[in-house]
Design a protein around this ligand. Sequence first.
Ligand SMILES: Cc1ncc(COP(=O)(O)O)c(C=O)c1O
Length: 272
Amino acid sequence: MKVWVDGRLLDPDEVHISAFDHGVTVGDGVFETAKVVDGIPFALTRHLRRLARSATGLGLPAPDEALVRKGIDEIMTAEPAAGRLRITYTGGVGPLGSDRHDTPSTLVIAVGPAGAWDATTDVATVPWTRNERSAVAGLKTTSYADNVVALSYAHDRGASEAIFANTRGELCEGTGSNVFLVQAGRLITPPLSSGCLGGITRELVVEWLAVGQVDLPLSALADSDEAFLTSSTRDIQPIRAVDGRVLKAAPGPVTADAIAEFARRSGADLDP
Ligand SMILES: Cc1ncc(COP(=O)(O)O)c(C=O)c1O
């Protein structure tokens, strides 16, 4: 598949990114992943808004939106069958430590096939925390090593997603997903102050459905009647079991309604 790097559409083996790029050396970068529907990245305006917010949150200049959109158009024209789009924006060439040079940022746009998700998923809670007071809380940065370790821990336990609490022991999010649960028929999700990423899918579910944003103990997930994950590539995925404890239903009635409503609203407008 073609890759778009700093204004040029390239074959993968033509791509050269500096070994001193701050994204490579210290994870000084931000990214977005969007699903692509019939050649159109879903909710692109929201993704570009979050990309800019993440970049400025790191102290990087906001990316040139017109340039990013041009790159997306070019790669989608070259790869119309792609199912997902990834935009990566880094601090550019920098010193080997955490200081930054005043150098141009690096912008990479890549595509891949759509993710294939199971109808339901098992999740595992992990012994590590999200830091809701971190300098990068809520930013979608390329520093994802925490997530890599946590996801591998979940896989070792037969689960496909790892769930973090925050430093206060409250339910927070997955490595690449937000989490919702149902208690006494009420749909709830942790608030952004939990330290979770403001997921685009989470944002749409909160706008389109009646959702309470409530601080919950981590244990509330395993104790819930039903629960689901949201992310750009999976939309809404029911949770079958938490740490081996099987929930009452997957999907339960509230989750099934949420899946239907999300499909209806997202199908009617690709840039909601
Ligand atoms: C840490 C984290 N939380 C939540 C999400 C879900 O966000 P979105 O719905 O925008 O894909 C992601 C997406 O990859 C993520 O990386």
